[in-house]
Design a protein around this ligand. Structure first.
Ligand code: NAP
Ligand code: MG
Length: 476
């Protein structure tokens, strides 16, 4: 046996200012009415910085700045020059990757291993990828000289703060739009660092504007008469409200909403690999993933060995300090989210499902939830239907492929699914039948800027990523 030695990443590489203004027209400015809120480190509850809260007057100002930049500069600039800015931003993100990753883990609570190896490399990859499209829009298959839409209002959640920013800003700018983006209330810091990167890259003022605030700021932004396009990622509830509020307007909308993905394990799957995929599917990013594999469907004949192996693996997961390079599961992003996970998990117990977590010591401060599985779950249980958005897995079983499809599709959502089997023909058979925007085969939670991502049904509409992701920002 050995003593555990933590390997923490240094937080000295980040320079967090005591307070931040709004990023409008290339400058950090104070909000008109001077209101602010705090962002904290969810692993310690320590206050990280005071953040400006944008009101209606500030949103007006940001939209006006974006309009002016669109009319006077960005829409007139040749695509090859827009591309240069995007490449420059991508390279700065790579150069400052370590600093950005630490800041993301501090503000969000996710393990440094993920922010360093997944989030930030993907952010840079998105900017590189869309930089490549900026001067090739004529060849994207949308007809000759497709036009940008104008000013895009973009609202993003807290689970992948900078990654969601990149999914929104990179294609918008490549297509020739200007943007006003609102990050989530609990995770504004990397968006504000991104604003500094825009300054460093000499991006023309007003092309990117960042307005921090809570839901009300998001509402002012998406309802603003001066925006041409809305791109929203977040809950289905808010997505529906946005769809209602813009109905009948000329605004183009894309919505990336919730999910309740099935991860389907067939009896011929290699069990150890499948178990790694199950763990990655639900415990990656504390399960704060819209496409998380939150419903495990196991073929009855392998239920016992899969469960035994899954429990053994879960007992090895390290929960704790997000900055420790060994950490697998970091902090839950907020007290409110922790409360929601606890409530739904308690309901799972009351509904009669059997709850199991490995023994694990959770830190005294901050927001934590041990990795948890529920067995004996039926399709009627709320934990099988509702998105928990935490490290909680519901386990169900099936006998035949047809039953697996029926159960997998028995959800109001349709964002993603996983299939584990040795047979290529079965993968194709399943992929044809699963009503999900993304189907992973013998892997899970794999993302790439070239690949479109998006949902069916209550998971939203429109696609982000790839050539499809450009279409959402072009008048086609
Ligand atoms: P949320 O409440 O819908 O928040 C998402 C964003 O919208 C935040 O910036 C939020 O501001 C803002 N907002 C809140 N009310 C608004 C309104 N009335 N009008 C405009 N904007 C408003 O979602 P969440 O609970 O924070 O995030 C988790 C959800 O996002 C999950 O359901 C998850 O499935 C979904 N999600 C989906 C995807 C996808 O790609 N499909 C990706 C990630 C997450 P504040 O947070 O600052 O209040
Ligand atoms: Mg925070």
């Amino acid at each position: 046996m050995f003593e555990y030695a933590p390997a923490p990443e240094s937080r000295a590489v980040v320079d967090i200012k005591p307070s931040y203004g709004l990023f409008i027209d290339g400058k950090f400015v104070d909000p008109a009415d001077g209101t602010s809120f705090k962002t904290i480190n969810p692993a310690s509850e320590e206050v990280l910085a005071e953040i400006s809260e944008a009101g209606q007057a500030d949103v007006d100002r940001a939209v006006a700045a974006a309009r002016k930049a669109y009319d006077k500069v960005w829409s007139k600039m040749p695509g090859r020059d827009r591309a240069k800015y995007l490449y420059r931003i991508a390279r700065i993100i790579q150069e400052r990757g370590r600093e950005i990753a630490v800041l993301e883990s501090l503000d969000n609570g996710k393990p440094i291993r993920e922010s360093r190896d997944v989030d930030i490399p993907l952010v840079a990859a998105h900017f590189f990828y869309y930089a490549g499209w900026a001067d090739k829009l004529d060849h994207a298959g949308f007809g000759p000289s497709p036009r940008a839409l104008g000013v895009a209002a973009q609202v993003i959640p807290w689970n992948f703060p900078l990654l969601m920013l990149s999914w929104k800003i990179a294609p918008a700018l490549a297509a020739g739009n200007t943007v006003v983006l609102k990050p989530a209330e609990t995770t504004p810091l990397t968006a504000l660092l991104f604003a500094e990167i825009c300054q460093q890259a000499d991006l023309p003022p007003g092309v990117v504007n960042i307005v921090t605030g809570a839901g009300e700021t998001g509402r002012s932004l998406v309802e603003h008469a001066g925006v041409d396009k809305i791109a929203f990622t977040g809950s289905t509830e808010v997505g529906k409200a946005i769809a209602r509020s813009v109905a009948g307007s000329r605004k183009k909308v894309t919505l990336e909403l919730g999910g309740k993905a099935a991860n389907v394990v067939f009896e011929d799957a290699p069990i150890d690999q499948a178990v790694e995929g199950i763990v990655n599917g639900i415990f990656f990013n504390q399960g704060h993933v819209c496409c998380a594999g939150s419903r495990l469907l196991v073929q009855e004949s392998v239920y016992e060995p899969v469960l035994a192996s899954l429990k053994r693996r879960m007992a090895r997961l390290r929960v704790g300090d997000p900055l420790d390079k060994n950490t697998d599961i970091g902090a839950i992003n907020s007290a409110a989210q922790l409360d929601r996970i606890r409530t739904l998990s308690d309901i799972g117990g009351e509904e009669g499902a059997e709850r199991w977590s490995p023994p694990c010591d959770l830190p005294d401060h901050g927001f934590w939830f041990a990795p948890t599985i529920f067995t004996g779950v039926t399709q009627a249980h709320r934990i099988a239907r509702e998105e928990i958005f935490g490290p909680v897995l519901s386990v169900l079983t099936f006998r035949t492929p047809a039953e697996a499809v029926e159960k997998a599709n028995n959800t109001p959502y349709g964002l993603s699914a996983g299939v584990w089997t040795d047979k290529g023909s079965r993968i194709l058979w399943m992929a044809d039948r699963l009503r999900a925007g993304v189907v992973w085969a013998n892997t899970f939670n794999k993302f790439d800027p070239t690949s479109p991502f998006g949902g069916y049904k209550e998971s939203g509409y429109g696609r982000e990523g790839g050539r499809h992701g450009l279409e959402a920002y072009l008048d086609v």
